[in-house]
Design a protein around this ligand. Sequence first.
Ligand SMILES: Cc1cc2nc3c(=O)[nH]c(=O)nc-3n(C[C@H](O)[C@H](O)[C@H](O)COP(=O)(O)OP(=O)(O)OC[C@H]3O[C@@H](n4cnc5c(N)ncnc54)[C@H](O)[C@@H]3O)c2cc1C
Ligand code: FES
Length: 279
Amino acid sequence: MNNPYIPYLAMVKDIRPETAGERPINTYTLVFKDESVWDVFKNRPGQCAMVGLLGVGESMISICSSPTQKGYLQFSIMKMGKVTSAIHELEAGDTMTIRGPYGNSFPVDDWKGKKILTIGGGIGQAPLRPIINYVLDNRKDYQSLQLIYGARTAADLVFLKELQELQQANGAQVNFSVDRPEDGWNGYVGFVPAYLMDLKPSPENTIAITCGPPIMIRYVIENLLKLGFKDEQMYTTLENRMKCGIGKCGKCNVGNLYVCKDGPVFCYTRLKTLPPDME
Ligand SMILES: Cc1cc2nc3c(=O)[nH]c(=O)nc-3n(C[C@H](O)[C@H](O)[C@H](O)COP(=O)(O)OP(=O)(O)OC[C@H]3O[C@@H](n4cnc5c(N)ncnc54)[C@H](O)[C@@H]3O)c2cc1C
Ligand code: FES
């Protein structure tokens, strides 16, 4: 059996800047140096990986590409501290490490025939992206795709260009919002939970998946319930601090669960049974 602590080596193939500012976000496209790694690395939408740099450290990051995108992995990484700042210094051709894939995943196959609604805030759009790409690559299996995605300002919207193209080319309904009015912005102004109530998506045959700051998730779920969504129609992901990623160190526990192993994806039926600070 492979040692789960030994990472695979990967090469940075491409770096796409997504947002600028104090905490910029880049999307990294990585390819394994040894192609045979794909025989064992089978990621599913919603899973994460420990990405890092030798001699610096590792961080848990959502895999933001879909398994239908073959031969590479993508991670959108915000510059926060030690590891992510070092990653932001990298250039194409440099080496990174990847351990994983970790955690459970969104049950995308159980959702076949349903309307898919994603509700994201800021960098929280990253774990939702593999669902979107998976649904687009299996379009006939899903009734419809609607996105609600907000950020502080238009410049903070990650994947903006590809989401705008998606709206034009794929018949998905894409709804952007920004928190405050700004020059040149003609879309919705306000917080994501309020925009949700404005749009009033029907709960009928719909699965809603939300990810973003905890306060946003809390109000989105509250509003989905007001719109008539049932517990089993709502999903989210949790981002507790993590160290080992494999259920050994106890760093990420909530109640008697380890988010790295039992999550990060939770249906609201289970989420609402967790201790209050995690709801
Ligand atoms: C399941 C999961 C998925 C994640 N997905 C992504 C992703 O797709 N993109 C992304 O940019 N980040 C993601 N994160 C957060 C990411 O792991 C942290 O930002 C990163 O580990 C910080 O490492 P650092 O060494 O750069 O910063 P540190 O030097 O360790 O810390 C710097 C700052 O980051 C904060 N921080 C550290 N860990 C976390 C955390 N887990 N959540 C929130 N804040 C944290 C600290 O409070 C501190 O303010 C995810 C975290 C988890 C647990
Ligand atoms: S990160 Fe170690 S138990 Fe989850």
